[in-house]
Write a protein that binds this ligand. Sequence first.
Ligand code: SF4
Length: 487
Amino acid sequence: MIRHILSLSKRNQSFGSTKNILDFSEFLERNVLSSAPKQISLATIRNTKEREHYSKCFDRTGKCQGCEKNKNWKKDESRLTIGEAIREAQRCLKCTDAPCQKGCSTSIDIKSFIYNIEKKNWYGAAKVILTDNPLGLSCGQLCPISELCARNCNVASSEKGAIKINKLQEFAVSMFKEMGVKQIRDPKLPKNDHIVFDSSIALIGAGAASLSCATFLGRLGYKNVTIFEKQQHAGGLVVSEIPMNRSPVDDINWEIEQVKQLGIKFVFGKELGKDFTIESLRKEGYECVFLGCGLNEPKKGLGHIYQQSHILNSKSFLPKVNKAVKQDKDVEATPKLSGHVIVLGIGDTALDCARSAYRCGAQRVSVIFRRGWQDIRANDEILIPSKNEGINFIPYEQPLKLIEVDGQYKQIELEQNLPVNNDAFNLKYQLTGDKVTMSFDYLITAFVFKLKEWLCLDKRFTPGQRLRLALCRWRCCWSGQFGGCSQ
Ligand code: SF4
């Protein structure tokens, strides 16, 4: 190129121009070409250490040596900017028979809120979302859209993929949050003297189910709604178990505040079965009860292993992490882990444990699960960041037993568990007999939790009783006459 410029400028001179302002050949020859290599002799050598110095993500082995994810509880993905949100909303086709809406578990009118974002009507967009889902902000951050709305999106196969419905939802509701608009009882509702609105209603557990139920009751006009919670805070799992890097605490606090604005009362530190019973609530005058207490009972038979301090389960580890990071806002107070941490399980909770383990000081984190990738419970929204963080995934391994070393469980024996048939929809696994032993410094189990047994077997609530109970739509809690079914 340089030689081409030189020849051009020389050609200009030969046409007799007296002064050619492009002629910098002398400068080039003196300052640039003189220092250029005359011939290629050696390949450039740059060793791995030098390269890593320039590479931000050198941590590909799963070893974390003081890299940036240590104690980094910053949100994984920041909120869309106004420009990004509008551009994303413009990509949406506003399909007539919007299949995304059929995949939404809270039936939000998705194309309508996206249309409002496109027209810069943030209030209108948030109104559409919050009408159907009072926890629209948390859901925007946590919803597994790859399995719900976005899975059905008509532009999923386009170059930019499915519409980022969750990010648009988060954007719209957080813009609404910044407006500071309060939630009020609908002024068009009948006045206070309407006797139905005086019914006392108890909601057990202050998690997402009860917060949502309470909001709809408040919006319908019910004034005597009380939520009983065994912890000292509302928000349920979102506050106590889902880490800060997935759901910032300020956002769920705002959602709880919105519920309180409807006049819903909260009673903290009261546990069903310990401090009160359904019967005692009935005697106190509650006419309806909504049981939204979730799944808290660990699997049976593992109690003895948790007596050792380096063996934890998700229900003991994540609440401690979140108490420090989310509630007390003190990242130094998280549980201190080190060395190799093994997490058993491959659900969202297991991956929350694994990612939190890194942030609590682990140098290597291995997630062991007994099935293949096609069978895992975790969704892409958490799986992809987990892979990027260098977590060591070990599929097809069934944990058999823990092995004691010097009086402490320090090793785990695993047996290979492979699929034995070709039916993609009904894979059957079989242990092959190949066993390995793996050492660990900390072990965290993240198995399925279940409903308290005495609640599952509850046959006391027979038809005809005044207090009515029914299963909620997720079939993990009961509700009174406002639930999916009633007696
Ligand atoms: S399916 Fe996709 S493109 Fe169609 S309305 Fe829903 S989000 Fe928009």
